[in-house]
Structures are given as C-alpha cells and as structure tokens.
Design a protein around this ligand. Structure first.
Ligand code: SF4
Length: 367
C-alpha cells in the first residue's frame, strides 16, 4: 500500500515544491480540520486533496486512568491494524505557573504496528510484528494529541517514541516524521526521546546521517551481561555491549553537548536481572560509557486483573514470559549504588498502570 506521502507526492508532482510545506504546516494548525480549510492552497488542489482523510487514524477505544492523569488511545489504521498512544499529563510546576497554566503532557507514540523484537517482558513483543507505520501515521499520533489537548488548554511538552515498535527498524519513516514534527511545532530536539533496543547497523547510520534530527536516545539495556540480555531480548547479538561503548564514544564526538546523553533503560525483573552480579556488571559498563543516565524501571505486570479491557486473541508465543516485580527496597539499593559510584540514576514510576499504559504493557486491546 502506497503511503500517504507517496500519494501526496503524486498529486503534487506538478506543483511548486513549497506546496508540501504548506500542507505540512496546516496539519499542525489545531484550528484547521480539513484540507478544504487550507486557504493558502489553490481551490483545485484542495479538491484533489479531499480524497485523503485528514487524519490517518481513528479512535477505536479510549481508556482513562483512575489513578493519574493518563489516557490511552487505541487507534485503528486504514488497513484495520491497531496501534496505541498514551498521554501522560503533569501539572505545570514551573516558576510563575498558576492553576490556570496548561498541564504539560508527554505523549508516548508508536513507530510500528506490533514489534518484531520479541523482548520477553513486553506485551507488544508478545503480539508479533504487523507492519511499519508510515511517517504520516507517526505524525498523526502527535496531531491527534495536540488537537484534543488544545481543546483542554493543555499542550504536548515532550514526545517519547516508546510505544509499539522498534523505531530504528523503520528508519526512514521515523526520520521524516521527526523532521516534520520539529519543523512545525515549538518542540526542540531534546524534548523528543526515541527508544531503541539497539539496532547496530541503523545506529551506525545515525552517526553519519546529518538529516536525522539530534533527538535524545534511550537504549533499552535491561542487562549488562551478554547471556542474560540475550535471554530476555532475543534480538541481542553477541558483542553488542562492547560495540555499544565504542558507538557511544563516537556519538559523543558528534554530539558533545551534555544534553545529548544516552538514557539506559533498565526494567527490573525479579530473580532475572536484579542480583548483585547484574548490578556490578552495570556499574562496570557505566564506567566505560561517556554521558549517560540510568533509568531504573519497575516491571509492570502484563496480565493485570484490574485492566478493564479483555485482550485480543494473540498468536501463541511460547517464548513470552510473565515476570515478577523487583521489590522496591532492591530497586532503591540499585539506585543508591549507582549514585554512590558517581552515575546519574533515576527510578521511573510509570503512569497509567491500571489501563495497561505503562512501560512494557502496550498491546492492542478491544472492548
Ligand atoms: S520492548 Fe520495545 S523493542 Fe522490545 S518487543 Fe517491546 S516494543 Fe519491541
């Protein structure tokens, strides 16, 4: 199926180059809700554009957390594939902010329908891979969020590409989507974090691709011991950790600014990657790395009886596993040990756990 970009390009092939930019600008104007309203375009072009839906996704299900300001949207795409996006809101605590100040939302967006990486702790990996998202399907998750938040006098303050999919396997579409979002919003590059399980050939390409925007990268590490990383992340290749240290040094040469640190994501799985041997391995790895931060993430159980929606029938995946949570005291011990070793460490308490919107819980569900 041709992506909307390809179809648009065909319609615009005899138009001046700036027409695409005009259309992209209008996509991000929350006051414009149809191609017919883009008055900067000639009428005959607006007529031709009417064949495209204004948004490439429609809401299938919306869930609101009872515990915090989190909403999860299940979207249906034109070919009936389903993807998820999560809105996580926080009060604006900046100096001078009042109760009337817009809440600051982080949106967690998807880059693929499903995911082929099969990480054992991840509900998306359980469902398998459906297809890459087009650049428009990625952009439209932002556009959808921006529109509903604007109606509430709220705004998107950050984007994390940590929803369904491995972004670096969908390199070109992710790159175009990020560039279009950056060109048409007030978000800076460091307000966008893209998370990868580690795709070395694509990470090598990043170092020489000056058109890929300098967003922040989060690396799903989850173990600094090769064998146990491979056991929970089947995509792990032998030698990855040594290669990662070397890559990170070259990345730092390209982006010497401290704002371009690499975030190590570490989901703590009881009895799997949370013993002293794993902690010492992580500290050893950290000692070799340039600018980075460690984000310790309590595991979110995938089968939650409080989850209000039943699961879509998913293909059987015998490799998928339900883990247990690491006790909070042990997570705290890791955090303090990392800090004592001189590293920046945070513990991420995920929002939206009651609606399966937290880390590792995203999967398509229907009522
Ligand atoms: S953790 Fe990320 S890379 Fe791994 S299966 Fe889930 S979505 Fe894919």
């Amino acid at each position: 199926m041709a992506s909307r970009t390809q179809e648009l390009m065909k319609i615009l092939e005899n138009e001046p180059a700036y027409r695409l930019k005009q259309i992209e600008k209008a996509w991000f104007d929350v006051g414009i809700n149809s191609y017919d309203e883009i008055t900067t375009l000639p009428k005959d072009l607006r007529e031709k554009l009417k064949q495209f839906p204004w948004l490439s996704l429609e809401v299938h299900t919306e869930l609101k957390s009872r515990e915090d300001n989190t909403r999860k949207f299940l979207f249906k795409l034109a070919d009936d594939n389903l993807i998820e996006m999560v809105l996580m809101g926080r009060k604006n605590l900046k100096e001078g902010a009042t109760d009337e100040s817009p809440d600051r939302y982080t949106i967690c967006i998807s880059s693929q329908a499903g995911c082929p990486m099969k990480c054992l702790f991840c509900a998306t990996g359980k469902g398998g891979f459906k297809r890459h998202l087009s650049a428009e399907e990625i952009i439209d998750q932002y556009r959808f969020a921006a529109r509903i938040l604007a109606k509430e006098n709220n705004r998107v303050a950050n984007i994390v590409m940590m929803g369904q999919g491995e972004p670096l396997l969908n390199y070109d579409n992710v790159k175009r989507a990020l560039n279009v979002i950056l060109a048409n919003t007030d978000l800076g590059e460091t307000k966008i974090t893209v998370s990868t399980a580690g795709v070395p050939h694509a990470m090598e390409k990043l170092l020489t691709d000056d058109d890929f925007p300098p967003v922040r990268w989060a690396l799903s590490l989850h173990s600094a011991i090769e064998e146990s990383r491979h056991a929970i992340m089947p995509s792990h290749k032998k030698g990855f950790l040594d290669w990662l240290v070397d890559w990170a040094k070259r990345y730092r040469e390209k982006f010497p600014s401290r704002t371009h640190y690499i975030g190590f994501e570490y989901i703590m799985l009881s009895g799997t990657n949370d013993d002293e041997r794993h902690l010492q391995a992580l500290i050893k790895l950290c000692k070799k790395m340039p600018y980075f931060r460690v984000n310790l993430i309590p595991y979110n159980k995938i089968s939650d009886p409080a989850d209000p929606t039943p699961e879509i029938a998913l293909p059987e995946d015998p490799g998928f596993k339900v883990f247990e949570r690491t006790p909070p005291e042990l997570i705290e011990h890791w955090h303090e040990s990392l800090m004592a070793a001189g590293f920046t460490s945070t513990i991420r308490y995920s929002q939206g756990q009651d609606i399966a919107a937290a880390c590792g819980q995203l999967r398509n569900k229907i009522k």
